[in-house]
Design a protein. Structure first.
Length: 322
């Protein structure tokens, strides 16, 4: 029988609803503690209660601590797979950080819940059991960090929370899930073609994320620059274009050797240097902005934080985002 470790970090999956007011809050004792063992007899399960945080309170420091905990558990505990429970608000950022940080072939599966443990139709226990089933599967090896929610298996790289409250919130808009979970089977039908990992010791870089909008001007970008950042991610317009009003401020950042990563505020498609007008992608690329292929803004930020621990040279950073 395989050994699976569940590492709890908090989130709605660890919370309870007050039946009279409808308010949802953290509880001192995890409401699903031991339930994975009770409902799944196919794996030997151990649990570790690392944090009890709503995920808006998760910081990069927590992500690194979690990454180290998984590394240590896999190294010392003879575990075959890992399940992480996490709040759904920042789940995709933590999952992608783990994907970039960990160097393991073993399944690492992140899950959460949209409805707290005692709400009608709660998805917490169901998702937890599904995640354990996936982590207990040979086919889940060598697939990077996975996110399991609502009978679907997604890659940490492509998944995003799409609805504020629907239990079918986690989707991979461009590529779809890489597998599905049925009552009897775990079925994979896709695999990423490349994996990357970066052995970093710290996660301290200050990277800002902004969304472009019509009429955006340089003073806003200068305020961010003056705040003292190590890097900037911009969710650009369409294929990777920006209002011409911010070009002078972007040039000042580039002159200061601050890397700027460009993604799109569209939720599908990739950015590319197509247009030659002022603020068009061609000009931005020629200035030295780095086009990130297919990442969302929050994930490009996590990746820039990670790779800035290794280098801040534009020529070295650029190929890492292709
Ligand atoms: N606000 C909650 C959190 O991320 C949402 C959830 O877990 O579903 O902690």
């Amino acid at each position: 029988m395989k050994k699976i470790i569940i590492i709890h970090t908090g989130g709605t999956i660890s919370m309870k609803e007050d039946k009279s007011s409808g308010e949802v809050s953290t509880s001192t004792e995890h409401p699903l503690s031991n339930s994975a063992s009770i409902f799944n007899h196919d794996a030997h399960i151990e649990e570790d209660f690392l944090f009890n945080l709503p995920s808006p309170q998760i910081t990069p420091a927590h992500m690194l601590e979690l990454g180290r905990r998984i590394h240590d558990k896999l190294a010392a505990g003879n575990f075959d797979g890992v399940v992480v429970t996490h709040g759904t608000d920042t789940l995709e950022e933590t999952a992608y950080f783990l994907d970039l940080f960990l160097q393991t072939r073993k399944p690492v599966v992140v899950t959460g819940a949209m409805r707290s443990s005692n709400e009608i139709g709660s998805d917490g226990l169901y998702n937890l059991i599904s995640a354990v089933r996936v982590a207990n599967t040979d086919e889940a090896q060598d697939k990077g960090v996975l996110v399991v929610m609502n009978d679907e298996i997604h890659t940490a790289k492509n998944v995003t929370k799409t609805s504020t409250s629907n239990v079918a919130t986690f989707q991979s808009p461009q590529y779809g899930p890489i597998g599905i979970i049925t009552k009897q089977e775990i079925l994979f039908h896709q695999k990423l073609i490349a994996y990357e990992s970066y052995p970093i010791q710290q996660l301290n870089k200050n990277v800002a994320l902004v969304k472009a909008y019509a009429g955006m001007e340089s003073n806003f970008i200068r305020a961010i620059h003056n705040a003292g950042i190590d890097g900037l991610v911009i969710e650009a317009l369409g294929q990777g274009n920006l209002p011409e009003g911010i070009i002078p401020a972007l040039q000042e950042m580039i002159d200061d050797n601050i890397p700027i990563i460009l993604v799109s505020r569209c939720y599908q498609g990739i950015v590319q240097a197509t247009y030659t007008y002022e603020g068009g992608g061609r000009q931005l690329k020629n200035m030295g902005l780095i086009f990130a292929n297919g990442l969302t803004g929050p994930k490009a930020r996590i990746k820039l934080m990670v790779v800035l621990e290794l280098t801040n040279k534009l020529t070295e950073l650029s190929p890492m985002f292709e």
